[in-house]
Design a protein around this ligand. Sequence first.
Ligand code: AP5
Length: 217
Amino acid sequence: MRIIMLGAPGAGKGTQAQFITERFGIPQISTGDMLRAAVKAESELGKQVKQVMASGGLVSDDIIIALIEERVKQPDCKNGFLLDGFPRTIPQAEALKNQGIDIDYVVEIAVEDEEIVSRLSGRRVHEGSGRIYHVKYDPPKTEGKDDVTGEPLVQREDDQEETVRKRLEIYHEQTAPLINYYQEWAKKDPASAPKYVRVEGVGGLDDIRDQILTKLK
Ligand code: AP5
């Protein structure tokens, strides 16, 4: 099973990815998590991308494409994988196609911008694992602590309102065109195109999860 999660920042891609990867026993490949780990480790890659990520911009296609190309060759991807945060531009989607990496499903989670702004201000994450919480909608068992390790949860630097608005602007300019790209491909050539699944991302986490899993059968 090879799946792409598509949607605005904060739409719930990472949250739903946790359920889907568990169900299908496939790894979650989050380009955002990979880049944040590189920044934290202060690697060459981390130094290159730190500034652009903090400002809410997109890292260059070349860097991201090379990262994914390498990652999907790893042994844990032999039965499939879920791409969370990739592709994010038409050239990234084209690179995937040109590398002959077939995708079974594109799952779009649709959420309005204003909902996103209020959602992201309440997001908290466990840095080590990437586990995601929300202070109101998906709180940890103990305030401010990860459920599994008990370690402190943090707020992402790019979740400040001004940066979120910039990320949304970039999403509409560069990533939203992928919706049309995959829908048109599915219409023109359903045999080679990934199946397109769209769910409304507003409502209970479990309801949204059930809608997605039903459509992935
Ligand atoms: P990345 O980490 O991928 O960020 P993003 O796409 O902006 O997505 P988010 O992680 O912010 O949101 P999400 O949809 O996963 O939402 P979540 O489930 O957490 O990328 C970060 C940066 O890295 C980019 O800005 C860019 O610089 C760079 N980058 C990454 N990939 C790149 C690429 N391919 N090309 C170029 N640059 C790249 O949910 C959000 C919150 O809402 C949580 O608190 C959650 O608990 C809550 N929530 C979830 N569902 C619901 C619900 N139904 N109701 C209420 N609350 C909910």
